[in-house]
Design a protein around this ligand. Structure first.
Ligand SMILES: Nc1ncnc2c1ncn2[C@@H]1O[C@H](COP(=O)(O)OP(=O)(O)OP(=O)(O)O)[C@@H](O)[C@H]1O
Ligand SMILES: [Mg+2]
Length: 646
């Protein structure tokens, strides 16, 4: 820790499990939260101070002072004081009630009960009394009390599922997994109470998807990342119980670090003239917005809601709308639609005479009844791909093998043969389901193995490494050892990225695949390229040691890892490409056409392939045919972009 002014700045956090005495030295925040701003004594001074920061209020106060001097004013002072006091009182009452509700909700949260391991026994404690370094137990459907390191759980391999809707709005379940060494502790209170690992990790911050730390225990060190953390605000799901170690509490949790200070939202007009009239008009406005039948959605029984009255008039001044693509313009429901394998494209439907036909509700999908484990909801219309699979075409097999191995999907098999996939990325869910139907069924995974049913034969692959996806890498890989002992790297990712990393011998295949990709993207499909590489035992063993060192490094961990990934993901052999459809949401193109009429400019952010993005742009009216010249900025650095914009 460093002293800055008279406040301690935390540079790294050290926590020893079950050791309150040691952890207390650092004076970490406890788990009490406070989002209310005032108390009974501070309310009047703070609220008045805030209110007089508004120009209009200050102006009227000044006016009032002048009117108190009879020599310069002909009006009597109460013509000003009455409206001023009225405005101040109404606002103060509203602020006070808002704050009272915040106070009540803080209180309710702080007093929730939680099971903490104290003196070798589970004891009930209030949330606000939970401290950093405590081991606590969570049960299914409970809110996570603080930012925890997952130690063990009721599920196999220390898995735990959480719903993060309160944090990031995503409703699909996320998987978390404890380290094998801690997941062995299970629910054994004695061993959990004896657990005295030390965690050294990053200081509190607001990054919801990142965590870097190291666990030191019994003279070994283990790398910790976000996949092992349960954050405050999440809800435990599909997991009977789990144990976690408190790393950040109360105001230090990522949830609270993100919420920022409660403050007034103010607009440009607000600062200029804040009068009683405006206040009444705004209130009226907000009722009109809430009552507007045309903004009422019957299916979900929701109407528009003006939450912040002071922002109403800004609605008429909106010039730009910034939108996300996947899940906002589109439904985020991914359907495996087409693919290209070893230079041959699959996915179109043909009639008896071999003519291509439009796929409609009436088109008969391919029959997957040969495969007992197939997902009945999956539909595909090109029978030749099933034929190729049945005939044992080796590149088709390798293609689907890759799809069944290279992903982060989890599978649940409650009853024999009833597979349910939990995918954090809906694209991966669609790809793994496709492989499943074509006879490469991803069955289960442990931290060290992946089991796949290949054309009805169970095959167990040893999982040697996962080179995970991020939006800079735009690719992910796995390294597995097959039952014959051969080590292979499987990779999937954006075409621009993987094409650069192919072995020179792939040139011809790359050209053909690239044509297919343009075709797919022209139809607005999301594409990924698949490739593999055989690895030499001796090289891989050395690489694995360097990988372990990098993943437990305390400094520059991310840089070291990405350099290692870059090194091994070279000279790949191309297998083909996949194309997944994500339909537009209902009414998107009409809405955008209306926004365009109002001269509002719509910006969309996406990581998709340029052609796919442009195609979606056309289909939802962001791009139109009368824009004769589309101007593409393709710089990679700030300088390049600035240069092109000139
Ligand atoms: N699970 C994955 N495995 C491998 N590559 C992926 C995976 N998900 C995405 N990619 C590749 O990385 C690129 C960037 O992904 P990113 O998530 O940043 O954008 P995106 O999800 O396509 O964008 P949008 O949210 O607009 O759909 C994608 O275009 C795709 O080519
Ligand atoms: Mg994505």
């Amino acid at each position: 820790m460093k002293l800055c002014g008279d406040k301690l700045i935390e540079e790294e956090r050290r926590v020893i499990a079950n050791n309150r005495e040691y952890n207390e030295k650092f004076q970490y925040a406890n788990n009490r939260i406070k989002t209310s701003k005032y108390n009974v004594i501070t309310f009047l001074p703070i609220n008045l101070f805030e209110q007089f920061q508004r120009v209009a209020n200050a102006y009227f106060l000044f006016l009032l002072l002048l009117q108190l001097i009879p020599h310069i004013s002909s009006l009597s002072w109460f013509t000003t004081i009455v409206p001023l006091v009225l405005v101040l009182t109404i606002t103060a009452v509203k602020d006070a009630t808002d704050d009272f509700f915040r106070y009540k909700s803080d209180n309710q949260v702080n007093n929730r009960s939680s099971q903490v391991l104290i003196d070798g026994k589970l004891q009930n404690e209030k949330w606000m009394n939970v401290r950093v370094g405590d081991v606590i137990k969570l049960e299914n459907n409970q809110f996570v009390a603080a930012d925890l390191l997952l130690l063990s759980s009721s599920e196999p391999h220390g898995l735990g599922y959480v719903e993060t809707a309160e944090l990031d709005g995503e409703t699909n379940l996320k998987v978390r997994q404890a380290l094998p060494v801690t997941s062995e502790l299970g629910a054994d209170m004695c061993r959990l109470a004896e657990f005295n690992g030390e965690i050294i990790c990053e200081p509190p911050n607001n990054k919801l998807d990142k965590f870097t730390g190291t666990l030191f225990w019994n003279d070994k060190k283990y790398s910790l990342d976000n996949e092992k953390m349960l954050l405050r605000g999440c809800v435990l799901r599909n997991t009977e119980w789990c144990f976690g170690l408190v790393i950040f509490a109360g105001p230090d949790t990522k949830l609270m670090q993100n919420s920022g200070r409660t403050k007034f939202k103010r607009t440009s007009i607000d600062r200029l003239m804040n009068t009683l009239v405006l206040w009444v008009i705004r209130l009226g406005h907000s009722y009109f917005i809430n009552w507007d039948r045309r903004m009422y959605y019957i299916k979900k029984n929701t109407s528009a809601e003006a939450r912040t009255t002071t922002l109403n008039e800004e609605l008429g001044q909106i010039e730009y709308i910034f939108s996300d693509k996947t899940g906002t313009l589109t439904q985020n429901i991914m359907i495996f639609n087409k693919c290209s394998i070893n230079g041959k494209a699959y996915g179109d439907a043909y009639d008896e005479l071999g003519h291509k036909i439009e796929i409609s509700e009436k088109t008969l999908p391919v029959d997957f009844s040969f495969n007992a484990l197939a997902d009945p909801k999956f539909k595909f219309y090109d029978a030749s791909l099933v034929e190729a699979t049945k005939l044992g075409d080796s590149s088709v097999h390798e293609f689907f093998r890759l799809l069944s191995l290279c992903h982060t999907v989890m599978s649940e098999e409650k009853n024999e043969g009833e597979l349910v996939y939990q995918a954090q990325s809906p694209d991966e869910g669609a790809l793994v389901t496709a492989a499943r139907n074509f006879g490469f069924v991803f069955r289960s995974r442990t931290p060290e193995t992946i089991t796949v049913n290949e054309m009805s034969q169970p095959v167990v692959y040893q999982l040697l490494a996962i080179l995970d996806f991020n939006n800079v890498r735009k690719r992910m890989s796995v390294i597995v050892r097959n039952p014959e002992g051969q080590i292979r790297l499987y990779s999937k990712g954006a075409d621009t990225i993987l094409f650069e990393r192919l072995h020179p011998s792939n040139e011809d295949l790359m050209c053909v695949t690239s044509d297919h990709l343009s075709e797919f993207a022209g139809e607005g499909l999301r594409t990924l390229v698949l490739a593999y590489k055989d690895l030499d035992e001796a090289y891989f063993n050395k690489w694995q040691i360097r990988h372990h060192n990098a993943s437990t490094a305390l400094e520059n961990r991310d840089e070291q890892l990405s350099a290692l990934y870059e090194e091994i993901e070279q000279d790949l052999m191309l297998l083909g490409a996949t194309a997944v459809e994500d339909k537009l949401q209902e009414g998107v193109s009409d809405t955008i056409a209306n926004l365009t009429l109002a001269n509002i400019k719509v910006w969309v952010l996406t990581g998709d392939k340029q052609e796919t993005a442009m195609n979606i742009g056309y289909s939802c009216n962001i791009l139109t045919d009368d824009m004769n010249e589309i101007f593409i900025v393709s710089g990679y650095t700030v300088l390049e972009v600035r240069e092109q914009l000139r």
